[in-house]
Design a protein around this ligand. Sequence first.
Ligand code: FAD
Length: 546
Amino acid sequence: MLRLTEIILPLSTSQDDIENTLRAAACSRLGIAPEALRALTIFRRSYDARKRSAITLTYSVDVEVADEAAVLKRVAGLRTVMPTPPMEYQYVGHAPADLPESRRPVVIGFGPCGLFAALILAQMGFRPIILERGRVVRERTKDTWGLWRKNILQPESNVQFGEGGAGTFSDGKLSTQVKDPKHYGRKVLQEFVAADAPPEILYVSKPHIGTFRLVKMIEQMRAQIAALGGEFRFESRVDDIEIEDGRVRGVRLAGGEFIAASHVVLAVGHSARDTFRMLHKRGVFMEAKPFSLGFRIEHPQSLIDRARFGPSAGHPVLGAADYKLVHHAGNGRAVYSFCMCPGGTVVAAASEPGGVVTNGMSQYSRNERNANAGIVVGIEPKDFPGIEDSPLAGIDFQRHWEKRAYELGGGDYSAPAQLVGDFLAGRPSTALGSVTPSYKPGVTLTDLSSSLPDYAIAAIREALPAFERQIKGFSMHDAVLTGVETRTSSPLRITRRDDFQSMNTLGLFPAGEGAGYAGGIMSAAIDGMKVAEAVALHLLGRDDIT
Ligand code: FAD
């Protein structure tokens, strides 16, 4: 198979017949007749919108040709043709058929990290036991809507907790910057497609899935793990961990049941504050790490589309436009856009009573009226009061601002909000303008200046006009800020050794976003796979991790 890169087509190219257009381009580049091209698949499609009046699509394709050696010889020296590199994920080993019951690994948490740790372990024959504090995804969906529609928060079943983890009600963006010589990312996408994700996620440059599809996919992936011998225990919160001589002996559930285990994957996400506290009490090594705080901002999606795509705004191949912005403020703080959701909604993402937390989600179609993104400010452990006494100080800091937002919102899970024009002018908002905020259960218009630390407010006030220079209209008066965004990443790291075990607790494999080793669905899933490999190698007595 050969890979051809940099096939550049105008955006106006009809997608109805795209395969034939690409076939013609491939034949022309390779200098072969149409009959010599046996098969073509799209490997990657991206767009170049730097010149808005002439947006182009860039394709990479894989082709099978009649006489590959001769073709390769003819195009030798052509940078844009090469043999297709191998992309298959390779398992590190397989469990013996007689794996004793006592050696079954336990996976705590069934978010993207726990899901992929469990899936890979199951595919290697290790029959993992999965413990998830929240409810199965269908029940969880009802509970989550309970907060959005009826102001009722279920502390064990919400946007953060339950089958599928934090990203289930999300935009389902699947991009990652992780270096990936072992093709973990492609394996993740292939498993998603096998579970009914849109096949295009395998080749578009900014893949996304959207909430409704994610829910169905998670059910299918659970069924696959169960069919391979995995065992699921939902509504099973791990409340304690037994450690003897620096080695894990098992975990205890909230109801008191003890499950003996020598290998425990800890994939609890960044909101498992009670679990972090328990682990700290048991002496598991952890340290504070930086995260970010800020607001969600909402604009009309049409404004972002126009700014990004000019006259091609609304083109179906481009979809709803996104953005990525960074500003280095004069007070030394970095302000950046976070988890941008084109054509989506701002969601209530709290998991603790008496707190308000924002985040964003969308459906696959991304056709809601507003664009939203976090506008967040980087903070460091030295900013957390009490950091000298405890690595958990970042959690208290998050909680402080979540409670403040709850109060400012009126104490019923409504979120405090302010128009950008009023925020910049330093006066409270009293009426909405042209942008209707999407946050449910609703917003309370107010003055957000006391909802974050002063340095964060100052940095955001400086950043919004700077972002206007990149996206015309970004600091428009009527854009809405909704607070507060606090769960951008874990406030701590449960540090691990090179072999993926905890620094001081053997058999405990901290993983994913909660342990500070991932940020986002893809990187959490990939980390879950790496940890599954480490567990397998350990169980097989082959700790040859590189
Ligand atoms: P989580 O997904 O947080 O999963 C942890 C799981 O562990 C949870 O299900 C929890 O219930 C369970 N758990 C916790 N404690 C215990 C315990 N003691 N016992 C048993 N179970 C426990 N990322 C993207 O890449 N793209 C997006 O578009 C995107 N949008 C998002 C939108 C929203 C609304 C949210 C909240 C997040 C979004 N994210 C997105 C971030 C992404 O969801 C996370 O990075 C990812 O889910 C982290 O995966 P994880 O498996 O490490 O942890």
